[in-house]
Ligand binder design. Structure first.
Ligand SMILES: [Zn+2]
Ligand SMILES: [Zn+2]
Length: 367
């Protein structure tokens, strides 16, 4: 970036469009919150991951393509939706939502008021994956970014290469008469793998049947309803216990299903974990799986920097992940950078999935 702005004065801070409050990120002139973690009256939701979208708010607003998945996770909420790019005005603040490329319906929140433009990005990823609208850079004065993988060591292989890797692992297992079990976060990651494998297979077809754990059913349906192409998906119970097809299957399951009795039917299977953390050999070992696929729904280090630069913002506020590293890196290069203390977590870890409802382990109890 060529012309970083000089540090802002105290008076400008007094007019910040988004501030951190105990309830969440708050827009004072608009009197609403973005992804609040405590119950509030008005909540704008960037995406339906459980640390960003919680029960308890009186009114919700999200991007139109996110309606199905948000209602699947938070049934019964009072929800309004807004098509990407459409502007509304609330207490004089102009608000619009723009694709974040993270999961289905994920949005960056653009706010304009008093001659300033702020963008709160939620979680985002730059590479398009076919399961949601691709990330759109939105010019702004102040950009609020995540930094989940904000360390220079995180650099993702192209997604086509990763899908080819998963596909060939499955193919080799199927030929050897071994099921392939891949643990993936139930919302976003699982559907992305299913869509990516279908795309990779093309006319040649898949090496075997696709079996999804029951915890994925509602979200798979929401993706299919939104027009995302998924392969035919079976429940494990649809095949007889000794069916040879079980040994050729790709099984997608939440991380919480690891070591559960539900897995017994697949016999001596090969297993893998799909997450950005798999780029580190130590995490792979700790998970105790045969393979790790470094498939992330978040921007890697070059992606974060590219996204930040593309906004043209002079001021950047970092919300979660490797916050001090990113703040220091940006400050040293002329940005006015700071952190917000938030309660957003890590939606690529196993723990995040276990916290996710509804009852990820519902099928685990089945014999
Ligand atoms: Zn997320
Ligand atoms: Zn997040």
């Amino acid at each position: 970036m060529d012309h970083p702005r000089p540090p802002t004065s105290e008076s400008r801070h007094a007019h910040d469009l988004i501030i951190a409050r105990p309830e969440g990120l708050y827009c004072p002139p608009g009197d609403f919150y973005i992804d609040p973690w405590r119950p509030v009256d008005r909540a704008v939701i960037t995406h339906a991951h459980s640390d960003h979208a919680r029960f308890g708010h009186a009114h919700y607003l999200c991007a139109e393509p996110g309606r199905g998945v948000l209602l699947a996770r938070l049934p019964g909420i009072q929800l309004d939706t807004l098509p990407y790019g459409e502007r509304i005005t609330h207490h004089g603040v102009t608000l619009s939502l723009h694709p974040a490329g993270h999961v289905l319906g994920s949005a960056q929140v653009r706010l304009e008021f008093g001659g300033q433009v702020w963008v709160a990005s939620g979680d985002y990823k730059l590479e398009s994956d076919g399961t949601c609208d691709p990330f759109e850079p939105v010019p702004c004065d102040t950009f609020i970014t995540e930094s989940t993988f904000g360390l220079p060591i995180y650099r993702w292989p192209p997604q086509a290469a990763l899908m080819a890797e998963v596909f060939h692992w499955w193919q080799a297992n199927a030929q050897a008469g071994r099921a392939s079990i891949v643990y993936a976060y139930t919302f976003g990651k699982a559907q992305r793998i299913l869509h990516g494998l279908l795309r990779h297979a093309g006319d040649d077809g898949l090496p075997g049947p696709v079996i999804a754990h029951g915890a994925l059913t509602t979200l798979n349906a929401a993706y299919a309803e939104a027009g995302v192409a998924l392969p035919p998906i079976m429940l494990a119970t649809e095949l007889p216990p000794r069916s040879p097809l079980l040994r050729q299957a790709l099984v997608v399951a939440p991380p919480s299903a690891q070591r559960s009795p539900w897995l017994r039917r697949f016999g001596d299977a090969s297993d893998a974990f799909a997450s950005g953390w798999m780029q580190l050999r130590c995490t792979r070992r700790r998970r105790g799986v045969d393979r790790g696929f470094a498939l992330s729904d978040h921007a890697d280090w070059p992606g974060l920097l590219k996204a930040i630069e593309a906004t043209g913002a002079g001021r950047v506020i970092v919300t979660h992940g490797n916050v001090p590293v990113m703040v220091r890196y940006l400050s040293e290069r002329g940005w006015q950078a700071q952190a917000f203390d938030t309660e957003y977590g890590d939606d690529e870890s196993a723990r995040a999935d276990e916290q996710a409802k509804p009852a990820a382990a519902s099928e685990d109890a089945a014999p």
